[in-house]
Design a protein around this ligand. Structure first.
Ligand code: RRO
Length: 294
């Protein structure tokens, strides 16, 4: 496998110590857990998505393991504005604040609470959030509007897309037109399981989002498609768990990756991957980004 150099510049406007960030939604609700993941080797971290109002989340079960991954329907649990104080306890660099809203105006309100954020990631992609996430993120006009509104706060603006659409390129282009600095692809894949003992859906919310190794090929395909459609950086997300996965995502077109479910298997996943991925005589990531395209 090809070995890389540690990045020496910002990626998509964000200061990263390596090419791997903690994905939104995993250990991202407290400054202590975010700090811990940085100290355990994450090159950057994305917070849990923060919205206009505090939400307790869906009733359980909200997360369960399946072959090759996890299905969740956490239900956007978040402390809303109270997270502003929590975030003061953590450095600014390498911390991306994930935000959501039901309208462009709500996205703007939440963005206005975080003048110290290094960057924003817009959650337009949660697959099971009525009025939020993918329910509005499938509409290119709305994606463009929300992106424009947050971009006006002058920070690098990443837009995280749902794979649950016919053509992800259309949504990626809408984000680019709205001024996005990067696309993050992908959020979880809409999914469900049924308990054959109970004859009922397992999740409290009935359906949720599949993450983990099972969705890696879907994520690679989305990144590959987007690379052909947009000129802004792409951050690959979905089932990344090895150094070879990072390289593959880059070959599809990603400049960096986010890692979520693999943290459940090992909190040391970032340093484990870094050991395999980097070498003093490694090549620059730019040499392989998008190389799988003609
Ligand atoms: O909180 C969740 O249930 C959740 C979110 Br915000 C998201 O973006 N993706 C996901 O699979 N779950």
């Amino acid at each position: 496998m090809v070995k890389l150099q540690i990045p020496d510049t910002k990626i998509a406007g964000v200061t990263l110590k390596n090419h791997m960030l903690l994905a939104a939604g995993v250990l991202g609700t407290t400054a202590a857990s975010l700090k811990r993941m940085l100290s355990l080797g994450a090159g950057g971290v994305v917070t849990k998505s923060i919205g206009p109002e505090a939400i307790p989340g869906h009733h359980g079960p909200a997360l369960f393991p399946v072959d090759g991954g996890l299905i969740n329907a956490m239900g956007l649990p978040n402390p809303s504005k109270d997270f502003v104080d929590e975030l003061k306890a953590i450095q600014k660099e390498g911390v991306v604040v994930s935000i959501f809203g039901g309208t462009a105006e709500q996205f703007g309100t939440v963005a206005s609470w975080f003048p110290d954020a290094e960057a924003f990631e817009l959650n337009l992609s949660c697959p099971h959030a009525e009025g939020y996430g993918a329910s509005i993120g499938v509409n290119p006009r709305v994606v463009k509007e929300c992106t424009e509104t947050v971009k006006a706060y002058g920070k690098p603006t990443w837009v995280k897309l749902t794979p649950n659409v016919t053509d992800i390129k259309v949504i990626g282009k809408a984000a680019e037109e709205g001024g996005a600095d990067a696309i993050v692809a992908i959020n979880t894949v809409k999914a469900m399981r049924i308990s054959t003992e109970l004859g009922k859906p397992i999740l409290g919310n009935k359906f949720g989002g599949l993450s983990g190794k099972a969705i890696f090929p879907i994520a690679v395909r989305a990144v590959y498609d987007l690379y052909e459609a947009v000129d802004i950086p792409i951050i690959g997300c979905g089932g990344v768990s090895t150094a070879d996965n990072v390289v593959e995502m880059m070959m599809a077109g990603a400049q960096a990756v986010e890692i979520g479910s693999a943290v459940y298997d090992s909190v040391n996943v970032f340093s484990e991957i870094a050991n395999d991925l980097y070498a003093d005589d490694g090549i620059k990531a730019e040499e392989i980004v998008g190389c799988a395209h003609d």
